[in-house]
Design a protein around this ligand. Structure first.
Ligand code: LRH
Ligand code: MN
Length: 430
């Protein structure tokens, strides 16, 4: 496929925007100097920030009602990686891709590794899938997988997760993310205790096959597709299971997997305190697991999550090594644009959280000065750090304004011939 986003194209774009960014950056550095904030170290931190892109996110998403595929949809993992590479080239914050199996399964995964290497990408957590039945599968997951009442079905689900570990070894990944849809739709349909006991015995088998330097991430979710009970329904169940399983097991927080108004930033603080924070599937939502663009509905909540993460980072919290990933479904936007926008939104929340003066905040907390404590956080959140994010991209070879640069290249039109649509084809998630 022709290289569309050449250095020339990005340089030309940056030339048109550079003076404005430098002016804004200088103005912000003068403002920060008055507040004893070192803009250079904050910009360096912004340059080091990274978040993984979900391979299933570069294809147009849909709902049970419909999916409206866009032009030049990626048809396989190789084309998904090409799109992920553009997101990283323009934003410089997404060098990793989190794959999903069997959606990304091909015969020779070493070719996928080679393709990623050639595109400057590496692989984040491997996602297993025992929430859909595959062609010719012996045992259906209709009534569950790792917690199914039938041992054969549990064994099949365990085997798939062991396969995912093998795929991850080839791709150079270091963790397995296990989200299961297991649950019930009617009171009485399942025995809560038996189901969780089955879960733990299945996960112990998977845990036993983890390489020494790997971790396993437990992803909880309140509901859907089960609508009465979900076996791993909340962070409490998740962290108890992670403690039961051992030091390699951690709890992953998907922001959309909670009831409305749940205090997610406090859940994050708890998981950090108990050294069990795996990381995140960042997205946003208004009602259910809407998988909307990160920061598009509750940007202050996203900032407050990073306020806890930066506090942990700066106090050197033990066992603190969170994996940041996006997990979104793009039903009405170009997935590349939404993923760039979302990666930059999460980076923005991180940089804003770096502006919090933690000694000052502690003083307000220790003197019960609720108003100034709240105002101090709000002032960090209300600081427009766009010049820092743009300068970080400029310093690392990215585009000052990735969306504008992307649109200037007419990427989809240019590759449409190379990617003829396949009937009903898609990213695997519908
Ligand atoms: C479940 C989930 C999980 C993925 C899937 C694509 O809702 O968040 O992380 O496996 O979405
Ligand atoms: Mn998720």
């Amino acid at each position: 496929m022709p290289k569309i986003f050449t250095a020339n194209l990005i340089d030309e774009h940056n030339r048109s925007q550079r003076i404005a960014v430098e002016d804004d950056y200088d103005a912000l550095s003068r403002k920060f100097a008055r507040q004893n904030i070192d803009i250079a170290s904050i910009t360096k931190a912004a340059e080091k920030f990274s978040i993984a892109v979900p391979s299933w996110g570069v294809g147009t998403g849909g709902t049970r009602f419909a999916r409206f595929p866009g032009l030049a949809e990626p048809r396989n993992i190789m084309e998904k990686l090409e799109d992920c590479a553009i997101i990283n080239q323009l934003t410089c914050v997404t060098p990793e891709v989190s794959p999903h199996f069997p959606w990304d399964k091909v015969d020779d995964l070493s070719e996928v590794k080679d393709k990623a290497d050639a595109l400057g990408l590496s692989f984040a957590s491997i996602n297993s899938n025992t929430f859909q039945d595959q062609q010719g599968q012996d045992h259906s997951y209709k009534y569950g997988s790792l917690t199914h009442v039938d041992k054969e079905t549990r064994t099949q689900a365990i085997a798939h997760n062991l396969d995912c570990i093998e795929y991850g070894k080839i791709l150079g990944a270091k963790s397995l993310t296990v989200w299961i849809a297991d649950g019930s739709n009617f009171p009485g349909q399942s025995n809560f205790t038996h189901a969780l006991e089955s879960y733990l015995s299945s996960m112990r088998e998977i845990y036993g096959h983890l390489p020494d330097d790997w971790r396993i991430f437990i992803e909880h979710k309140m509901f859907e597709p089960a609508f009465y009970s979900t076996v791993i329904q909340d962070w409490g169940t998740s962290v108890l299971c992670a403690q039961e399983l051992g030091d390699k097991a951690y709890s992953l927080v998907d922001l959309g997997h909670h009831a409305p108004n749940v205090n997610i930033e406090m859940i994050v603080a708890r998981l950090i305190q108990f050294k069990k924070l795996a990381g995140f599937h960042f997205n946003d939502s208004k009602y259910g697991d809407d998988d909307l663009d990160s920061g598009s509905i509750h940007p202050y909540q996203q900032f407050l999550v990073f306020n806890e993460l930066v506090d942990a980072e700066q106090r050197g919290a033990e066992g603190f090594d969170p994996a940041y990933m996006l997990d979104q479904s793009h039903n009405v936007t170009d997935p590349i644009e939404s993923l760039m926008n979302s990666a930059m939104s999460v980076q923005r929340s991180y940089v804003q959280a770096l502006l919090v003066n933690r000694d000052k905040l502690k003083d307000y907390q220790m003197s019960n000065d609720a108003l100034l404590a709240s105002n101090h956080l709000k002032s960090a959140f209300e600081t427009d750090v766009s010049p820092i994010l743009a300068m970080a991209r400029l310093n690392t070879g990215g585009a000052i304004d990735p969306i504008t640069c992307y649109r200037s290249a007419n990427y989809r039109q240019n590759i449409a011939n190379a990617r003829p649509a396949i009937a009903g084809g898609g990213s695997g998630i519908v």
